[in-house]
Design a protein around this ligand. Structure first.
Ligand code: ZN
Length: 233
């Protein structure tokens, strides 16, 4: 039997730090509204360095700690680490089932990840997570006969209501992060192995401009933009 409390949003982040870039301002808004958020970190990020002397296993450990600190700052209920090696993800039946298991366990209203259909240069892990997540949402999480063994375990079919994709070339939905931009930046700054602490201020200025431009005609001062798909209305 599945005894896990349902969650408002399940965020699939390919690497530690992507969710902070993509959706952290919105995550804080949801949490302030009393809605739970759970993160799923798909890879361990162990190739995220240009230092040949840095041990990948050590880096993976550091990045988990950084991700936990960032999630804690935002108020995320739980962080699930899948610990696949960085740059290793493939669109396999095993990975798809792993994501279906999580969707059926946490029963989110909204699933969030990277848009897999961003053209040309885009991290392969982002493309794979986005694509496999979309397949997991529909039809695999929905259909009882897709995984008889999961059903036997008590993980019943589940219909996600909404998918939000960050980094999209086809943004059609904006959420106001004017009041949560500063905490988004503070959470990003937790990723010290990725963001040089001496350059956080400079990055915050760049990010402010990015989210100002991203807000487009939404009327918000600062926004996170997504491609949104609504399902099963
Ligand atoms: Zn990434």
């Amino acid at each position: 039997m599945n005894t896990v409390e349902p969650v408002n949003a399940l965020v699939f982040t390919p690497h530690p730090d992507d969710a902070e870039f993509g959706v952290a301002g919105t995550v804080v808004n949801w949490i302030r509204e009393g809605k739970d958020v759970v993160y799923v970190v798909c890879t361990n990020g162990d190739k995220g360095t240009s230092d040949p002397n840095l041990d990948p296993a050590e880096l993976a450990k550091t990045r988990e700690e950084e991700q936990l600190a960032a999630a804690d700052m935002l108020g995320v209920r739980e962080v699930v680490f899948l610990r696949h090696p960085d740059q290793s993800l493939e669109d396999t039946p095993e990975f798809r089932k792993e994501l279906v298991r999580l969707i059926r366990t946490y029963r989110p209203n909204t699933v969030v990840t990277a848009d897999p259909y961003r053209r040309y240069l885009w991290h392969r892990d982002h493309r794979i997570v986005g694509r496999v997540m979309l397949d997991a949402v529909f039809p695999y999480a929905r259909d009882v006969h897709a995984y008889p063994d999961l059903y036997q375990e008590g993980l019943e079919p589940y219909k996600v209501r909404e998918v939000l994709l960050w980094g999209s070339p086809d943004t059609n939905y904006w959420l106001d992060i004017t009041d949560t931009f500063d905490i988004k930046m503070a959470a990003l700054a937790c990723h010290k192995s990725q963001i040089d602490p001496t350059r956080v201020k400079e990055m915050a200025e760049r990010m402010r401009e990015r989210h100002r431009l991203m807000s487009a005609d939404s009327g918000y001062e600062l926004a996170e933009g997504f491609h949104r798909e609504e399902l099963f209305r």
